[in-house]
Design a binder for this molecule. Sequence first.
Ligand code: GUN
Length: 273
Amino acid sequence: MILDGKNVASKILTQVKDRVDSLNIKPHLVVILVGDNSASKIYVNNKKLAAEKIGIKSSIIEFPETISEETLLKKINELNNNPEVTGILVQLPLPNHIDKNKVVMTISPKKDVDGFTPENVGRLAIGLKPYYYPATPQGILMLLDEYKIPVEGANAVIIGRSNIVGKPMAQMFINRNATVTICHSYTKNLEDKIKTADIVVSAVGKKIVRCKMVNNNSVIIDVGIFKDVNGKLTGDVDFNLVEPTVKYISPVPGGVGPMTIASLMYNASIIYS
Ligand code: GUN
């Protein structure tokens, strides 16, 4: 069965719109884009379009690749102190001369709609509610919940250990009482680990999940999105061969991508004073 992220995302966006309509203050999401990364430009524009559709004000601040770290940090501090700005997102990756961690650490945790700051990551880790949960793992849980796929007690295998997806996904699965295995490029016997999983979340960015690794009960969540040799958008999973074998699978496109946007919009609708 296909996990229809597009459809579920649209339902969530309708709910978020109702929430936004009922607020006294209009949320204002500021997205900072540094440089000319073409994928980042598309992501940032998609976020802006989604925000506008549901009544969230959204601004994109573009800086050239050559911007200094100091100027960027100064801008973030300015936005932190601007009460009219309720959410701040710095699109990653950043150029090499800028310390990504320093940038993330500068964002006020109460405006950190990505949930990437040490305070929000730490809160998640010690079982305190963060101000915001990272959008992609939160969106994946929303998708699993919509299809009533049990997380409690499930063996969840995550492929990829990024700060954006793998690590927060693991933490959020643990908090939902799943048994979690995180796999990465040094993992031995990846195939055996995936085979025994109830839920597989793949966030690698290359074709890695093959038909022989899955079973009739597998739930496969494909976070990867990249262009294949023919320029066609594809994910980490060999969809055509895996889909007939497994219980549930999220497609690319139309799976995790729209859920991430809906989940981010949910975050952007939360305002802390
Ligand atoms: N780059 C890829 N995914 C993300 C994300 O979720 N947030 C930010 N800020 N940058 C990203």
